[in-house]
Design a protein around this ligand. Structure first.
Ligand SMILES: Nc1ncnc2c1ncn2[C@@H]1O[C@H](COP(=O)(O)OP(=O)(O)OP(=O)(O)O)[C@@H](O)[C@H]1O
Ligand SMILES: [Mg+2]
Length: 249
């Protein structure tokens, strides 16, 4: 089981779009895939037409008093399951803080699923918090969407600083450009120059495209309603590139 998290300190950069579309691609290939919507906003859960609620409460689930498997829902797609969001996740920091070894909590919760799934995608809320630290401990790969603007670059640097200081050992950071608008000079310039400084940035770029925005109207992964669009092909390329970076089992 490989655990990948879509993460960025910044909001609205394409984390959820990536988690959904990459998980859908993995499931399409026959891999048993789970998406865990860790964001109390519940966008991922909404896109999968599932109610953002954990029976018995998200607090119990994160606290370990409730079995994770009982909360898992099937989606409309073969091989693709969802662990829905719960509004209580807005207090997840507090729940984690009161647990023993808070940063190891998510890893521990996911451990029993080891033989049930090939891939788990954690869709994270935008922040740097105890929840993020627990994600860094649980995930093998951090997929970091970056919009090519100056502010996004700062947050990427902040993440690398954090990596240096906090010894995020055992986790691979794979940033990729998201919502790239080639009509914008700054986007073009950043996309061309930044990989020189940060060679770990993936080569595939997700373009800014209205089809991606329409995921909210269709409430489906992009590939389910627009399989031939440029953006959809970009997600396929991104998934292929990511698989090439995954540590061997
Ligand atoms: N490649 C894209 N092209 C155009 N719009 C996009 C693209 N990717 C995402 N969007 C839109 O931008 C908004 C933010 O995307 P998304 O929800 O994936 O970001 P996020 O990082 O998960 O946000 P949050 O931090 O709120 O969780 C959404 O309305 C989404 O439809
Ligand atoms: Mg999101």
């Amino acid at each position: 089981m490989k655990i990948l998290a879509t993460y960025n300190i910044k909001g609205g950069v394409g984390k959820t779009a990536a988690a959904i579309n990459l998980a859908w691609l993995a499931a399409q290939e026959g891999a048993r895939t789970l998406v865990w919507d860790l964001d109390p906003q519940g966008a991922t859960t909404f896109y999968f037409r599932i109610k953002a609620k954990i029976k018995g409460g998200g607090k119990q689930l994160v606290g370990g008093q409730k079995d994770l498997t009982e909360a898992i829902k099937g989606t409309d797609y073969p091989n693709l399951d969802l662990l829905p969001a719960d509004f209580s996740y807005r207090h997840m920091d507090i729940v984690l803080d009161s647990a023993k070894k808070p940063t190891k909590r998510l890893k521990k919760l996911l451990a029993p699923l080891e033989n049930d799934y090939d891939y788990v995608f954690l869709d994270c809320p935008p922040s740097i918090s105890l929840v993020s630290e627990a994600v860094f401990k649980a995930a093998e790969v951090l997929l970091v969407p970056i919009i090519p603007t100056t502010l996004s670059l700062r947050t990427l640097e902040q993440l690398f600083d954090f990596e240096r200081k906090e010894q995020m050992e055992g986790i691979k950071i794979l940033p990729f450009f998201s919502m790239v608008d080639r009509r914008k000079g700054l986007h073009r310039q950043i996309v061309e120059t930044l990989p020189e400084r940060h060679p770990q940035i993936l080569r595939t770029q997700i373009p800014y495209a209205s089809e991606v925005e329409q995921m909210g109207i269709h409430r489906q992964p992009l590939g389910a309603y627009s399989s031939n669009s440029r953006a959809s092909r970009a997600f396929s390329d991104l998934w292929a590139e990511i698989k090439g970076h995954l540590p061997a089992p």
